[in-house]
Ligand binder design. Structure first.
Ligand SMILES: Cc1ncc(COP(=O)(O)O)c(C=O)c1O
Length: 505
């Protein structure tokens, strides 16, 4: 039924603007984006994955390792906040492709731009953006990224994934740091002798061409799974096993207590301990620290929060020492915390902005914002073949248009507030099971007593029709899309209660 409607919709959406009546109706207000969205989840199989999902994963298993897969999705039948699977189960999706779907499945605005003439050339001709960018690239960057650029950052570098965004940001930071060090020693690449010494040594992986600089990260942080980013990742050991790592330092991230305002004094002390460790490491690290990287909320590591004061102090410590601050907004960015960028809540002015903000996931495109001083001395230094993808940048443009036009940040705040009220009541009712409820916008989490119980709870939630995931050791995280609506809150609260009962009685 949906598939039929969707394919009719697809045909209609092929028309150029003005939008079709169906599209116009869909965009008129957020309660009508997805007229085909079901009223509630539909669970048909006794287990998820059901037989069709298992068969699809078995077929996949002949070619790829499918062991991390939860079920096989059916994207043609997924709509809005609901994901369909191969067995026809339709789950309310609070995981959203690992927190990376911004506007819901098959959102009219994404379908419309996906079928536009500008998308067609981008799909058919993938450019090497560093050498032969399309003539429209500057205006696409402007529309997709610069309209929502974090305060104080007027440059954007596009990449392929969240880990790539961080790695390329680290490279930019190292190049900047090295250039500064050379300047302090009156060395310059304009001198052929200097350049030769650097080029020859880097070919042997030795200083000065390959310097022993470090990036400082926080314990429990997650910044990606590629070689450089993995060395700053300090959670989810499964991804680090057997991979050589740089000898880079990590310091304590505050372990605050919830509710935050109930433990203000204790939390401030805890944050001071962490800041002291940062200062000590910056001042006495045997290897020079080029940058500090931090998440506004440590996400994969367990939804660990800290106060705006903590982050402002972190900025002060780094700025005082001329160390760059990289804010990893791969998971927190693009609206889920109720502001477009989570770090907006820190209240930093443009002069004290982070030096770099990285993004991916809900932006669909990945990359990092930075200040102009972070452009390397020579061209071609921070580089790869594709340097991002106009297809994903065009999607990013539609995402920004929709977030602004439909006032989705307000919706996230309203729905997040309503969800928190319901979850507070559940926590009060099930204090033995649920604790440490915390959240900003709809970026919400709570703890269960153990990893096993958390995992059992997540399995139970899927058979109750809600797809959700964990983070940290024993945390349940909610990562809905920006189009979660008030009508979903009651469904979520009811199913969470059923899930708690099923898991704990
Ligand atoms: C905060 C953060 N940084 C970086 C990454 C890595 O992104 P990707 O998996 O796209 O490489 C993630 C992924 O979960 C993340 O949550």
């Amino acid at each position: 039924m949906w598939a039929h409607r969707l394919s009719r919709f697809n045909r209609l959406a092929w028309q150029p603007a003005p939008a079709t009546p169906l599209l116009r109706r869909g965009l008129a207000s957020h309660t009508r984006w997805f007229p085909q969205e079901p009223a509630e989840p539909l669970v048909k199989t006794t287990t998820i994955p059901g037989p069709q999902s298992k068969a699809a994963l078995e077929a996949l298993g002949r070619l790829q390792d499918p062991r991390a897969a939860i079920f096989a999705s059916d994207f043609q039948r997924s709509i809005g906040n609901y994901i369909a699977d191969a067995d026809g189960n339709v789950l309310l999706d609070l995981y959203a492709q690992i927190s990376s779907i911004p506007l819901g499945y098959n959102h009219p605005a994404i379908l419309e731009i996906s079928q536009s003439p500008e998308m067609l050339w981008a799909l058919a001709n993938r450019p090497a953006l560093g050498v032969m960018p399309p003539k429209e690239w500057a205006s696409i960057l402007e529309d997709a990224f610069m309209r929502v650029a974090p305060k104080g950052l007027d440059q954007v570098f596009t990449t392929m994934c969240g880990s790539c965004a961080n790695e390329l940001a680290y490279k930019a930071a190292f190049m900047h740091f090295a250039a500064r060090k050379r300047q302090e020693s009156s060395l310059t690449f304009a001198s052929p002798r200097t350049l030769q010494a650097y080029e020859e040594s880097c070919m042997k992986n030795q200083p000065p061409g390959s310097p022993e600089y470090v990036i400082l990260s926080f314990k429990q942080a997650f910044h990606g799974r590629m070689f450089g980013s993995l060395s700053t990742t300090r959670s989810k050991a499964i991804h680090k096993l057997d991979i050589p790592a740089f000898p880079w330092p990590a310091v304590r991230f505050p372990r605050v207590q919830f509710p935050l305002d109930g433990y203000a004094a204790e939390n401030q002390q805890e944050e001071s301990r962490s800041l002291q460790e940062v200062a000590q490491t910056l001042d006495s690290s045997p290897l020079p620290v080029a940058a500090v990287v931090v998440e506004p909320i440590q996400s994969e590591g367990g939804d660990n929060h800290a106060s705006p004061h903590f982050f402002r102090e972190l900025r002060r410590l780094t700025r005082d020492r001329d160390v760059l601050l990289i804010v990893d907004e791969v998971q927190t960015g693009v609206g889920a915390t109720g502001t477009f960028w989570a770090h907006e809540k820190w209240g930093l002015d443009a002069d004290n902005a982070p030096d770099v903000v990285t993004f991916s996931k809900k932006f669909q495109a990945a990359g990092f914002y930075h200040t102009r001083k972070l452009r390397p001395e020579q061209a071609y230094r921070n580089f790869n073949t594709w340097l991002g993808d106009p297809v994903r940048a065009l999607h990013a443009k539609a995402i920004v248009d929709t977030v602004k036009r439909d006032n989705l940040l307000q919706l996230v705040n309203d729905v997040g507030g309503a969800l928190m009220t319901q979850l507070e009541a559940l926590q009060a009712q099930y204090p033995q099971a649920m604790s440490n409820l915390r959240g900003q916008g709809t970026f919400i989490a709570f703890d269960l007593p153990s990893t096993d119980q958390r995992n059992q709870f997540l399995t139970n939630m899927r058979s109750l029709g809600v797809n959700m995931a964990g983070c940290g050791d024993h945390t349940v995280r909610l990562r809905p899309m920006l189009v979660l609506q008030p009508k979903h809150v009651g469904i979520i609260a009811d199913r969470l209660e059923a899930g708690l009962k099923r898991t704990f009685t």
